[in-house]
Design a protein around this ligand. Structure first.
Ligand code: ZN
Ligand code: ZN
Length: 818
């Protein structure tokens, strides 16, 4: 039987040709389709992260998706009906900022409808690009389940979840200080604040009487305009008599009360600090605690709003310079010093955040902290240390989650307000989705006061309000309760370490509030990819590698191997081109081994393992058992590096170096047909098993190998059964076979040290060994002679009294007689 030319493997391994061929095949065969009707298989549901459609898909994203794909492909082969959707988290700042940058406008320069249209268009283009990158990488998402959070069907669900939380008392609207990005002009959540070390200047400013007043150190003189108090430590003797008095703030002239509070660090600056509304979170606490007035000195775009024409409208930084110059001119600043600051910045635009108070919507997340911590403790975390990250984060939150945003391209908040009594009007669930920015209120008269005028909410929802219900939406909430039962909570929550405190947290807190349960059972966390220079990968560092570029250079299967082999799950891994090259080299080796095996196993073979196999065959099959067990265990515990290392080790060394070299003579013409069949059986068994075990990590080459075995059938290796792990392994054959192979390797070294080529014949080989090995070596005489090209073999028993071969040692001594 000859292989048909269509299936025959090309002479050399060409990743690009192979990969596009199999990707097309999978698409045509619809190999990854989740079958909602199938009740014969257990489901395995993955709550895939919906990425921001940024258009970029770098090797860090590739790592994330490879992990997910390894699991999806493995679970399919283990017989699960795998639910692997892919969605897109379209809204929010990143998209709006990109539109502003791409079209060189600000959000308010064009009508809102036009701005949204621009966002949608750009998002669509980016999605297409990223989808292509995912397909090139061989990710097995079920595209029939694709969704976009900007679709009106998704709006409906986000708004529905809002209404449910509102009705159950988890949401409220109130005026509270929140983190604010003055560049993006919106509230942002605590999770969106990134702290950065920056150098700043500490100014020593004199308040009150030039001779008797108090000197106060601050890095933000522009906040003098908002200064409502001075705080000192109660134990600080310098200020004992000052506490309780008021003092005049320079330039702006308002009176500030001096209070004492334990929180003040007497060693910082002069030991007296300004309380401004609001400079930071401490100010927010003190304002409440001491009932201080509120001065809104900053506008929403970060400019000074004071009644002083010298400073009104200036940006905070400009105002600072001008105020400092003024104070220096009047001798009120005598000293400055450089200081290291930890500044909160906006995660998207790096602008230092301000704290601004205006009406916002909040979710009562702090009420759920205890539950979040409890649930997080019960879940299965890979790696385990990620759990503490979530717990620490939840416990550190001292403000509720601000869920409203002052942006445009996002899910509208589905509420109206009565203009007379300000009560909140919500729509009927059946009318969702709504856009109160355009749509009329659902009531004609206010049920509370009878008012007839309503104002639609102009704010929109935080994008995490969309993406923190994906697990439920994937599972068909709320219209498919049957499916929901099967798919919720998700079996797997895979994401990067960087979004544990956002996505994992928000999903958990939303799900606890909406469904009373965690939305996932296990969390698979990937580390971050470091650039070739060891720093975090970032476009501005020039160490950034697009996944497409890597695929073009070495192929998807090589990139995927790097993702598996790069490091332990959950830890940061470096990006190194030589590791990708190594992956490609391995695939080339596997390709050549495959071609050799196929060329030598064309005869029909027994489907069952032949009996009375020689030691070397039993050794190979026993190693294959160990490999199957190790790789299965590694996938069960998400240790992908262990899996790929075991497969590469077996293929390269056990199969190619050891076994093939030791059995080549058995493939020559004129051999005993039974013996030929035995080795052919082993070769094919090893190749087919390797092909299956490698399928989750290197799906393309595995498919190519698998197709060599299923001529005439249409099945894909990704719909195959996973090789059955073995309860017992033939350890005796592993040990004995190793002895035989070590002996052959040792004899070869001796041959070459005598200047003999491996192919040259030798007269005799003399082996001295312990009594227990004599029989074993005698039995394998032919393998030893043929492999070493020796005419005869003498076996000598080592003297037991003065045994030179005592453990530890190889158990033999070899002499070569040319
Ligand atoms: Zn920003
Ligand atoms: Zn009213």
């Amino acid at each position: 039987m000859r292989s048909s030319p269509d299936y025959a493997l090309s002479k050399s391994y060409d990743p690009a040709a192979q990969e596009s061929k199999w990707q097309e095949y999978w698409r045509r065969q619809d190999v990854y389709r989740f079958d909602a009707q199938d009740t014969s298989r257990k489901t395995y549901s993955i709550d895939t992260p919906p990425p921001y459609p940024s258009g970029d898909f770098h090797v860090g994203n590739a790592l994330n998706w490879c992990y997910i794909d390894f699991v999806a492909r493995y679970k399919r082969m283990r017989g699960f009906n795998v639910h692997f959707p892919q969605g897109w988290d379209c809204h929010g700042l990143p998209t709006e900022v990109r539109v502003e940058q791409t079209f060189k406008i600000r959000k308010n320069d064009v009508p809102p409808e036009q701005f949204v249209e621009m966002c949608r268009k750009l998002t669509g283009e980016y999605i297409a690009k990223m989808k292509q990158s995912m397909n090139l990488l061989g990710i097995s998402s079920d595209w029939a389940l694709e969704y976009k959070t900007m679709d009106s069907s998704y709006y409906r669900l986000t708004q529905l979840s809002f209404l449910e939380l509102y009705k159950s008392g988890y949401l409220y609207r109130g005026e509270h200080p929140v983190n604010w990005c003055p560049r993006d002009e919106t509230a942002i959540a605590e999770a969106e604040v990134v702290y950065q070390e920056r150098k700043g200047t500490l100014y020593y400013m004199r308040f009150g009487d030039p001779n008797e007043g108090i000197e106060i150190a601050s890095t933000r003189p522009e906040l003098l305009a908002a200064c409502v108090g001075i705080a000192v430590n109660p134990k600080d003797d310098k200020y004992k008599t000052a506490v309780g008095k008021t003092i005049t703030v320079p330039i702006f002239g308002q009176k500030a009360r001096i209070i004492s509070d334990d929180e003040v660090d007497p060693r910082y600056g002069t030991g007296a600090v300004m309380i401004c509304t609001f400079g930071d979170k401490t100010d927010v606490r003190w304002q409440k605690k001491y009932h201080l007035p509120i001065i809104k000195a900053l506008t929403e775009n970060g400019r000074l709003s004071v009644d002083d024409s010298r400073f009104k409208g200036l940006k905070a930084e400009e105002a600072r310079k001008k105020i400092v110059a003024e104070l220096q001119g009047t001798g009120l600043i005598n000293k400055t010093e450089t200081t290291q600051q930890n500044i909160g910045t906006c995660w998207r635009c790096q602008t230092p955040i301000e704290i601004i108070s205006r009406p916002q919507w909040f979710m009562k997340t702090r009420d759920l902290t205890q539950k979040v911590v409890e649930q997080a403790g019960k879940l299965d975390w890979v790696p385990p240390f990620a759990k503490q990250r979530l717990i620490d984060w939840a416990e550190s939150l001292d403000w509720d989650w601000v869920i409203s945003r002052q942006r445009i391209f996002a899910t509208p908040i589905p509420v109206w307000y009565c203009t007379k009594c300000e009560s909140t009007i919500i729509p009927d669930e059946r009318d969702l989705p709504v856009d109160p920015r355009k749509d009329k209120a659902p009531e004609n008269t206010c049920p509370k006061c009878g008012g007839r005028e309503f104002q639609g909410e102009r704010d929109v929802l935080d994008t995490w309000m969309d993406s923190s219900i994906t697990a439920a939406i994937h599972a068909g909430w709320p219209s498919r309760p049957d499916l929901f039962k099967q798919l919720f909570p998700a079996d797997l929550q895979p994401n990067g370490l960087d979004i544990v405190r956002t996505w994992d947290y928000y999903l958990l807190v939303r799900s606890l509030a909406l469904f009373g349960t965690a939305p996932y059972k296990a969390l698979l966390i990937n580390g971050m990819v470091k650039g070739t220079d060891g720093r975090m990968m970032h476009k501005s560092y020039g160490n950034y590698v697009e996944a497409d570029e890597a695929v073009k250079k070495v192929g998807a299967d090589a990139l995927r191997q790097w993702a598996a082999a790069g490091g332990s799950t959950g830890y940061d891994i470096p990006f190194r081109w030589n590791q990708l090259e190594y992956g490609k080299k391995f695939l080339t080796k596997l390709w050549n081994v495959t071609r050799f095996i196929l060329a030598n196993t064309k005869d029909p073979l027994p489907s069952k393992e032949p009996t009375n196999l020689p030691l070397i065959d039993r050794w190979l099959l026993a190693n294959l058992q160990t490999l199957t067990n190790d790789v299965s265990e590694a996938f069960e515990t998400f240790q992908f590096n262990t899996a790929i290392e075991a497969i590469r080790q077996f293929t390269w060394h056990s199969l190619a170096d050891d076994y093939l070299e030791a059995i080549k003579y058995r493939l020559l013409p004129g051999r005993d047909p039974a013996d030929l069949k035995a080795t052919q059986y082993c070769l094919k068994e090893a190749l087919l098993t390797v092909g299956k075990l490698l399928a989750p990590i290197c799906p393309h080459i595995s498919e190519a190998i698998y197709h060599q075995f299923s001529l005439g059938k249409t099945g894909s290796v990704h719909q195959e059964n996973w090789p059955q792990p073995h309860e017992t392994v033939d350890d005796a054959s592993i040990r004995d076979g190793r002895l035989l192979l070590d002996l052959i390797a040792d004899a070869r070294r001796k041959k070459s040290s005598k200047g003999l080529s491996l192919g040259s014949n030798i007269k005799k080989i003399v082996i001295t060994t312990r009594a227990e090995f004599l029989h074993l070596l005698k039995e394998n005489e032919e393998t030893i002679l043929r492999t070493l090209k020796a005419y005869s073999m003498d076996l000598e028993r080592s003297p037991s009294s003065s045994n030179p071969l005592k453990e530890p040692g190889p158990g033999f001594k070899v002499e070569i007689h040319a």
